[in-house]
Design a protein around this ligand. Structure first.
Ligand code: NDP
Length: 248
């Protein structure tokens, strides 16, 4: 089998809905086997069925990415059972917004654990199987907030900004090993995460976005698919904002 015919395996966290789901669907459409990861089995099984119905291939893993041992095991098990791990998309994320003066240590730590530490754990675990094929694509989902800051999100901005620095460090460590690491930084995207924002905040979000609209999950998936592609092999340590011009 030539390299172009290899069925690449992609591990996508936070695949049960929103951006992660769109990423998983897109990578599956491109012929990758997609490992769907989140804490809830129901939506993962539904997504797997729908990917398979469309002729794609997927499997599911129920795992809290905040649990370092569980996440490490899930990645090792994926590489063992599927024989390879080529693409890692660290997308799972949460918010615990609040003004800094009232933010608890717990709300700070939890956001760092789920949004930042999990990506470190996953990259560390995935690097071995990627190195053994001398091919890997790491894509970390940050946020435009990690670049420009946002009031009431010191925890989230710290995590998302941290992802950018971490990704660049990984990109340098693995640059000669065939493994790239890049960041997609979405602006305001229509998902569950933004659905419950008060209308006044949504209005403000549109106003600070030059394109005056929210982005769609498929627009983020397209950027992830590029970084994950064969074509992007000379691109590493980059941050691509998909944000309607916000933060340019
Ligand atoms: P959603 O809230 O719609 O989905 C979050 C996903 O993450 C779900 O699949 C959820 O699955 C999973 N998840 C959350 N916590 C954990 C955990 N501890 N372990 C495993 N999975 C977990 O979010 P979005 O799709 O909007 O966001 C996806 C990513 O994009 C996040 O990192 C977010 O910060 C980022 N982003 C989003 C923006 C937006 O405007 N929507 C803007 C900028 C960045 P489950 O609950 O089943 O575990």
């Amino acid at each position: 089998m030539g390299m172009s015919e290899v069925k690449r395996v992609a591990f996508v966290t936070g695949a049960s809905r929103g951006i992660g789901r769109a990423v998983a669907e897109r990578l599956a459409r491109e012929g990758r086997h997609v490992v769907l990861v989140s804490r809830t089995a129901g939506p993962l099984n539904d997504l797997r069925a729908s990917i398979e119905a469309a002729g794609g291939s997927a499997s599911t893993v129920c795992c809290d990415v905040g649990d370092s041992a569980a996440l490490t095991d899930a990645i090792a098990e994926t590489a063992r059972t599927l024989g390879r791990l080529d693409i890692l998309v660290n997308n799972a994320g949460i918010t615990r917004d609040g003004l800094m003066l009232r933010m608890s240590d717990e709300d700070f730590d939890e956001v760092i654990r789920v949004n930042l530490r999990s990506a470190f754990i996953a990259c560390r675990a995935a690097a071995r199987p990627m190195m053994s094929n001398r091919w890997g694509r790491i894509v970390n989902i940050s946020s435009i907030s990690g670049r420009i800051g946002r009031a009431a999100q010191v925890n989230y901005c710290a995590a998302k900004s941290g992802l950018i620095g971490m990704t660049k460090a990984i990109a340098k460590e693995f640059a000669t090993k065939g493994i790239t690491a890049n960041v997609v930084a979405p602006g305001f995207i229509e998902t569950d995460m933004t659905a419950d924002l008060p209308e006044a905040i949504k209005e403000e979000a549109r106003n600070i976005t030059p394109m005056r609209r929210f982005g769609q999950v498929r627009e983020i998936a397209a950027a992830v698919a590029y970084f994950a592609s064969e074509d992007a092999g000379f691109v590493t340590g980059e941050v691509l904002a998909v944000a309607g011009g916000m933060g340019m």
